[in-house]
Design a protein around this ligand. Sequence first.
Ligand SMILES: [Fe+2]
Length: 303
Amino acid sequence: MSAIADPVAKALAPSGPFCLDDADAYRRWRERKLRDYPRAVDELVVEVRDPRNLSRGEQTALSERCRRANMAVYALISPTDDKKIPRLLGRRFGLEQLDANWLADDDGISSIEVNGGQPRSEFIPYTDRPISWHTDGYYNALERRVRSLILHCVRPAFEGGENALLDHEIAYLLLRDQNPEHVRALCAPDVMTIPARCDERGVARAEQAGAVFSVDPLSGRLHMRYTARTRSICWRTDAATRAAVACLESILSNSPFVLRTRLAPGMGLLCANVLHNRSGFVDAPQAPRLMYRARYHDELQFC
Ligand SMILES: [Fe+2]
């Protein structure tokens, strides 16, 4: 298809691997991506001795994982519940601007636990129920998109609470390999609409329409906005969108590229808001699961 006849792809990216017209760039990027992508989550793990003073070697090792898979897992040799740690680590990767949503703590970082009290307990992250595949902040306005995420484990659940992870670039690649029209459908600027959230005072968050895939015009990086939830979401109803969404669901349920981890105390996920889910869990009453979650508007910077 000619560049001129392809307004959606041009709106997405004028050239490069995420442009449907640029087959050469895509082929080169695809080869490298498949060659480098980790086959097991262990390949993502980097031991960190002092998170307040990351060594050059540790930073390089974390960057290398992020370059390969848009994510890395740090494992502190001495686990800590110090809430400043994810903030300090994030800064080493260019992460400053927190997306302090209304459920976050005063420091802009969320303490994800079951006993979060009202109104948090009405929202699924603050329960022990499974959370389906998503990227964080899929309901945010475009100018407040969540580009990066840190999830720091203070205490795991007694049982369950695993995360499945999939680099959103791999999801893009698998969709495009199946059928480039799937990508085209998911790039439409109104493909996925999240209805407004209302409370007793009226509209708390406005309706938000947007694309699943978009490319940052400055950095050229791919961004993904997605939720597998079936309530409170409206997909475009055309056949191309339905086929693309079904293909993505199939990838998420079957792909050998999905990595699984259960973060232990002092471990944390540092990522470019990759696709993830969470299994349900059972807490030990005296030591309930506790994760610190920091969401950022900045892109992850690798050294
Ligand atoms: Fe999440």
